[in-house]
Design a protein around this ligand. Sequence first.
Ligand SMILES: [Zn+2]
Length: 392
Amino acid sequence: MLFFTPFLSLLAFVPLGLSYSTLSDSTLKSLPSPGDDFDIHKGAILAPILRTRVSGTPGSAAVLQHFVDFFKTHLPAWTIELHNSTSTTPVSNGKEIPFVNFIATRDPPGSRSGEVGRLALVAHYDSKLTPHGFIGATDSAAPCAMILHAARSIDAALTKKWEAMVAEGADELEEQKGVQILLLDGEEAFKVWSDNDSLYGARALASTWESSFHPAMSTYRTPLDSISLFVLLDLLGASAPNVPSYFRTTHWAYKNMAKIEHRLRELGAFKSSPNHAIKLAKRKNKKPRTEIPFLVDANKGDDTFVGGFVQDDHVPFMARGVEILHIIPTPFPRVWHELDDDGEHLDMDAVEDWTRLVTAFAGEWMELEGFFDFKKDKRKYMDLDKTEFEIP
Ligand SMILES: [Zn+2]
């Protein structure tokens, strides 16, 4: 991701009948934390991504396999697809390099393709070719891990909600909302960021989906139209991020996420907060400190968008009319495209806070209040490496 690009939106925002409902305080507080799964050395979710994973290399294939294994093992109700494309790059000497996007989708039972609008949670999983050995922990290993954990955390609640709807004999048309995970390949430039050297996976997928038509008369014409909101996470996991609201047409969604952040801070469930119980316990002066939010534009007026955005995987989708919520800090983290963007330099409290925020946002989007069962689902939230353990 690079550059701030001038952008003028003349479109008025119309929230096409999207429903959204908040989670209760007790649900927000009880959302599972990733715990050991985010250990940077041994964690079942994060550690396998913290390696070089340049598109077309064995590292990339290993990380892709990790995603497939994760869903096959823990989230079998999701449909997995791999989207393949190839392209030459400025350093491939005419050779075609493979780019593979990972797509996992969960739709309501019995729904037909073309009838489900989806919340897409998106990050890129490739790492940059240079500097040699670059890990890209914030860019975007940690965001991928956040999304995997969020998917796992809402899975059982989705099942429960849809089972209840089926039991009640609800009309299938009542719930036409699904969730989609897009872990994209080839975001990084191989040489110098340009229209042709960047966003390889995103460009190919947006182009394929643009001409993949659902059955005639479908509510959504193509898989692109099926994306109600494209939430792109990038460069997350450093301390004190400053994430603006970039797009007027999705400012309402940004504000919803900011509201969750505010509530989590008030509830004492935001670990990076200077007033979190753990921080207070370590500090002599217990006087509350000012909370500086991650999502800084909660109070930005709809008429104050000057029009500028960061080039990233959303661009080919946005160009085709997809609504985008871009969660990326400005300025970028200090470690951006440096060798020390590695596991050791992640702020794990911030990583965990983002994870909780994204999980809660997805839970609210999917209207899952009342369907979480934190006791029963405890097993799902334990270290994936431990096959046996007691449920207290
Ligand atoms: Zn990057």
